[in-house]
Structure formats: structure tokens, C-alpha cells
Design a protein around this ligand. Structure first.
Ligand SMILES: [Zn+2]
Length: 267
């Protein structure tokens, strides 16, 4: 009995229970036709065009009402989403893909690495190997187009550039639109050394950090509000923060290197 309670408590401490994931956050425009329609921590980006919209990330399975309320506040409707994109095929960003697709008939575009997880609802994701008692699966969706690094997604006069950033998931990606970098910051959530579910994970992280350090965005946002100081920036009404980007990437690289060194030392 005591053990069960203890396990339950441990489960409660996992990020799945972060209350900011479900807390509403004011809808706002970041730049031009790029808008924020996510929760307090789960960033969802709506790129609106006269020919329909692109939605990057959808949050949790039950995030749709909050996202739709945000879209409507800005004068848009999720029914008009034509293309769904993800930054990382983890349930906290893609679990509502199926529902948004049902609502809108949107096509799903994803990198090959994340397409596999999306099509089977995350079941082969090595995340399951790290948290064996947790269910991180989600409603699967069919992927209509496989994206490659440097590809452009075009809709209604807007071009979104795909930046492949593997590591956090095999197909993790960022996007560049209207000069704004939407970056997937590479936090480490699974084993690095000898990860049978993701061979090559260390090399992928290293490639990604190399790439991130070449980018020097003035305007940038990320997959989680907390990763780019959403609350403070929204309060200031300014998302311009070139130094913050350099610091964030350096911090994530430091965490990665420390985790890698620790895992190598304990072998
Ligand atoms: Zn994730």
C-alpha cells in the first residue's frame, strides 16, 4: 500500500503533471501573422494566411478548447487550419493532432524521424523505455508529407523554413518564419549512452548544438513558454532577445555535456 502511494506520488512529480501545461495564457501576436495560441507553458503557434492557417504544436489531448478560444480571440478559427507541424513528437505537443485534424481536415507534415512516432501514436518512442510505468502514447495521425532540413512549407504567401534539430526526439525540428526563429531547445529527457531505442542520439545532439550556435536570431520563441521567458516577454510586449538565445543554447549544451559525462563515468 505504502509503495503504491509512493509510486503514485513519484508519477505526480513527472512533468506530465506540470499545472502550467493546462493553464490558460492570453492569445497574442508575436510578429506579423505569427500568433501564440498555446497554454501557459505548452507553446502552440498559429500562422494565419488568407488561404488558411498553419498550426505548430497542439498541446495535450485536452488542449483544443483553450487553443480554439485563443484563436477566436484573435479573430481566427482552428477549423481553417490547413497544415499541422510539430517541433517534437511528444504527447505534450502532439496529443491533439487527431482532434485538430478532425475539426479542420488539416494535412500533417513532419520530418521522417517524427513521422514514425506520429503514425503509431508514439509507441516506439524511446521515452517509454526511460519511464516504463508511464503511458506517453497519443491518438495517431497519418503523415501526409515528409519534411527534410531546409524544406519550405508554403501557404497563402507565407513561407515556413524547416530546421532539423534531432536529439530531443529523432525528428525534432525548429522553424523560421518572417525572421522569427521557433526553436526546439534540446533538453535531455532520455538515456544518452547505450540507448538502444535511439542509437546515434549523442551525435544527433552534438550536430544540433553545432547548428543552433550558428543561428543568431533577434526574435525567437520555443516549444515551451518557460524556455523563452514567455510571461516576462509578454508583459514587456517585446520578444526581442538575442542574448537570451545565446544563453539558453549554452545552458542546454551544458546540461547535455554534464549528463553525458555523468553517464560515461558510471559505465
Ligand atoms: Zn519533449
Amino acid at each position: 500500500m505504502r509503495l503504491t502511494l509512493l509510486l503514485l506520488f513519484a508519477a505526480l512529480l513527472l512533468p506530465a503533471q506540470n499545472p502550467d501545461w493546462r493553464a490558460p495564457f492570453p492569445a497574442h501576436t508575436i510578429a506579423g501573422n505569427l500568433h501564440y495560441v498555446g497554454t501557459k507553458d505548452l507553446a502552440c503557434y498559429l500562422i494565419t494566411t488568407p488561404q488558411g492557417h498553419i498550426l505548430i504544436n497542439t498541446g495535450l489531448a485536452d488542449s483544443v478548447p483553450l487553443m480554439q478560444a485563443s484563436a477566436k480571440k484573435l479573430g481566427f478559427d482552428l477549423k481553417d487550419v490547413k497544415i499541422l507541424l510539430t517541433m517534437q513528437a511528444h504527447y505534450d505537443h502532439v496529443a491533439a493532432f487527431a482532434e485538430v485534424q478532425k475539426l479542420s481536415g488539416a494535412k500533417v507534415y513532419a520530418t521522417a524521424g517524427d513521422a514514425a512516432y506520429l503514425e503509431e501514436g508514439g509507441k516506439s518512442d524511446p521515452l517509454f523505455l526511460s519511464f516504463a510505468n508511464q503511458d506517453f502514447s497519443f491518438a495517431p495521425v497519418k503523415v501526409d508529407r515528409r519534411l527534410k532540413d531546409g524544406d519550405t512549407v508554403k501557404l497563402g504567401g507565407t513561407e515556413v523554413k524547416v530546421i532539423s534539430l534531432p536529439g530531443h526526439t529523432r525528428g525534432a525540428a525548429g522553424y523560421s518564419v518572417n525572421g522569427v526563429l521557433i526553436v526546439n531547445l534540446p533538453s535531455v529527457v532520455i538515456k544518452l549512452v547505450g540507448n538502444k531505442g535511439y542509437p546515434g542520439i549523442v551525435e544527433d545532439y552534438e550536430t544540433t548544438f553545432g547548428k543552433l550556435k550558428q543561428l543568431h536570431p533577434t526574435l525567437w520563441v520555443a516549444g515551451h513558454g518557460s524556455q523563452y521567458g514567455l510571461e516576462a516577454k509578454y508583459a514587456k510586449k517585446s520578444f526581442i532577445d538575442p542574448e537570451g538565445y545565446t544563453t539558453a543554447v549554452a545552458n542546454y549544451e551544458k546540461q547535455f555535456k554534464e549528463k553525458l559525462a555523468k553517464e560515461r563515468a558510471s559505465r
